[in-house]
Design a protein around this ligand. Structure first.
Ligand SMILES: Nc1ncnc2c1ncn2[C@@H]1O[C@H](COP(=O)(O)OP(=O)(O)OP(=O)(O)O)[C@@H](O)[C@H]1O
Length: 246
């Protein structure tokens, strides 16, 4: 399988500190890589470097072979790099369907066709409904997004992402703030994405269930990247967590 995302010697320095140091790995087509590491290990910074929120101090990021290291986040998104954020990014006063339709319309470029009312774009609506179906929110489509439970908002964010048809999906702690009862349903939705995924996640049971490989960050460096069972058995990884349960 071909490499979709490749990170080479990626670094980010701030105030003399090396927040991310020489991180290299690649992600294959349809591979699911979970990123773990203690608080402050540099996981979110790594995602910010990949998505372009931060500019790398050194190294490179390539998407489908193209060097995107110096590109702005919007340009990377147009190339197919989709990301969710730890904070919710849903328009609370719009309906669930409208939130997803807007994302689909933006992807299709119909917001630029001013002579055509965006709400007549049947293609964007069909894409939106399909994405809502995929995440299990089809029956909530007419409701105002602000009325959704936290777990359903997370599903909506995934539907918004799917509507843009991303090549690679970066998920930063998708389970954050969810009650234990909501975790299995969202895990199933994430599994069904069937895309190339890079996900920061603290729930070990979730990532052991979903990940093909687990990348371990520690003090800004990539300590290990391997199959979940080998990571769990790795003494260096265990030491990095200073006895915290993995
Ligand atoms: N703009 C910045 N300037 C200086 N230091 C920063 C900046 N952003 C992050 N850091 C520091 O870099 C380190 C890594 O932060 P980061 O948020 O990437 O870690 P993380 O692994 O995502 O942690 P968590 O699991 O707590 O979200 C932290 O020590 C943080 O304080």
């Amino acid at each position: 399988m071909g490499t979709v995302l490749a990170v080479d010697d990626l670094s980010w320095h701030a105030g003399g500190a090396r927040i991310v140091s020489d991180v290299s790995f690649s992600v294959a087509e349809r591979e699911f890589v979970a990123v773990i590491g203690p608080n402050g290990a540099g996981k979110t910074t790594l995602f910010n470097l990949i998505s372009g929120v931060l500019r790398a101090s050194g190294g490179s990021v390539r998407l489908d072979g193209a060097d995107i290291t110096r590109e702005a986040p919007q340009r990377r998104a147009r190339r197919g790099l989709g990301r969710t954020f730890q904070t919710s990014s849903v328009f609370a006063s719009l309906t669930v369907r409208e939130n997803v339709r807007l994302a689909a319309a933006a992807r299709r470029g119909s917001c630029l066709r001013l002579w055509r009312r965006a709400d007549s774009d049947a293609g964007a609506l069909a894409t939106a409904d399909e994405a809502l179906e995929r995440v299990g929110l089809a029956d909530r489509a007419p409701e105002v997004a602000g009325s959704l439970s936290h777990g359903d908002k997370r599903k909506l964010e995934l539907a918004i992402l799917l509507a843009t048809d991303p090549r690679v999906i970066l998920l930063d702690e998708p389970m954050a703030g969810l009650g234990a009862a909501d975790v299995p349903a969202l895990t199933e939705v994430i599994r069904s994405l069937d895309r190339t995924v890079l996900m920061v996640e603290h729930h070990m049971n979730v990532l052991l269930d979903l990940a093909d490989r687990v990348a371990v960050m520690h003090h800004g460096a990539l300590l290990a990247i391997d199959a979940p069972e080998r990571i769990m058995a790795d003494p260096t990884v265990r030491d990095a967590y200073l006895g915290e349960p993995l």
